[in-house]
Design a binder for this molecule. Structure first.
Ligand SMILES: NC(=O)c1ccc[n+]([C@@H]2O[C@H](COP(=O)([O-])OP(=O)(O)OC[C@H]3O[C@@H](n4cnc5c(N)ncnc54)[C@H](OP(=O)(O)O)[C@@H]3O)[C@@H](O)[C@H]2O)c1
Length: 256
């Protein structure tokens, strides 16, 4: 009998895509979540909270591979340190982590906490793999939906994004999880780089809406880093297959 693969964040956007791929590859899966869920179809659910550490030790017990996808607006560093402690005690043989492109280059506190989480894993002595991905299409769509509610859309000058489809990220992470520990692997971004105005125009066109746009300036060091493209991966990266336009066409297809 093989041990189950523990997936933290298995109930989130990325986790809900990765878990079935692990099941299709023939693996039992244990999902750690703060909520209660019914087991089924080779998926065991355990309750725990990575931020307080409650339930984490028993979630990790008996697993050799951990796919760590849990994340939130803050505290990913602390949550990851708690997971690493439990994984070290359980002598986990492969810890796989999802981070964000630019974690090491854009000075924002949530990216700093992703970088600290990466470091906790790299310094743990456990065999590890970390993938940095770009923003998911779904996140960009949520941003656009919020911005389009305003009478005028603010467009931060020089900000570009290279959004990637969460399905492409999930597939890559599952490949990495089932392979040998590889350290920091090439970034995964979407197939094209877009300016914010272009993303907004694509969204408005797909929704049949019109809005005036107004350029705004992103302040501070983070603004400078974004204008310099530190959140982008232009060389040597893996590129997802699905474009922003493909995603919009799927999501905004009129209901029949
Ligand atoms: N979204 C993006 O554009 C993007 C881009 C690059 C990388 N990432 C990274 O990818 C990961 C997954 O993102 P996502 O968009 O799938 O996130 P999501 O949909 O917001 O889901 C977050 C997941 O984390 C779990 N979680 C949060 N706090 C937890 C805690 N204290 N203890 C245990 N579980 C906790 C949640 O589980 P419960 O609520 O069930 O407890 C949920 O499954 C994150 O690490 C994120 O930084 C995201």
């Amino acid at each position: 009998m093989t041990s189950p693969i523990l997936v933290t964040g298995g109930t989130g956007t990325l986790g809900r895509l990765a878990v079935p791929l692990l099941r299709d590859a023939g693996h039992d899966v244990r999902v750690l979540s703060r909520g209660h869920h019914q087991p089924g179809n080779g998926i065991e659910h355990v309750t725990g909270d990575l931020l307080t550490g409650a339930g984490v030790e028993s979630a990790v017990a008996g697993t050799e591979t951990v796919l760590h996808l849990a994340g939130g607006p803050k505290g990913d560093d602390e949550a990851t340190r708690n997971l690493v402690r439990a994984a070290s005690r359980a002598e986990v043989r492969h810890l796989v982590y999802i981070s964000v492109i630019g974690a090491d280059r854009v000075p924002l506190s949530w990216l700093r906490s992703k970088l600290d989480a990466e470091r906790a894993i790299a310094d743990s002595g456990l065999p590890w793999t970390t993938l940095r991905a770009a923003q998911f299409h779904g996140l960009v769509l949520t941003m656009m939906q919020k911005m389009a509610k305003l009478p005028v859309i603010p467009v931060p000058g020089g900000l570009r994004l290279q959004p990637v489809d969460a399905r492409d990220v999930a597939a890559r992470l599952v490949e990495l999880t089932l392979d040998k520990p590889a350290g920091l692997v090439p970034d995964l971004a979407g197939p094209r780089v877009y300016g914010m105005a272009e993303l907004a125009r694509g969204y408005l066109r797909a929704r049949g809406k019109r809005r005036p746009m107004m350029p705004v300036r992103m302040p501070g060091k983070a603004g400078r880093a974004y204008r310099a493209g530190e959140n982008l991966t232009l060389d040597g990266a893996d590129l997802g297959a699905r474009t922003w336009e493909d995603f919009l066409a799927e999501q905004l297809r009129p209901a029949r």
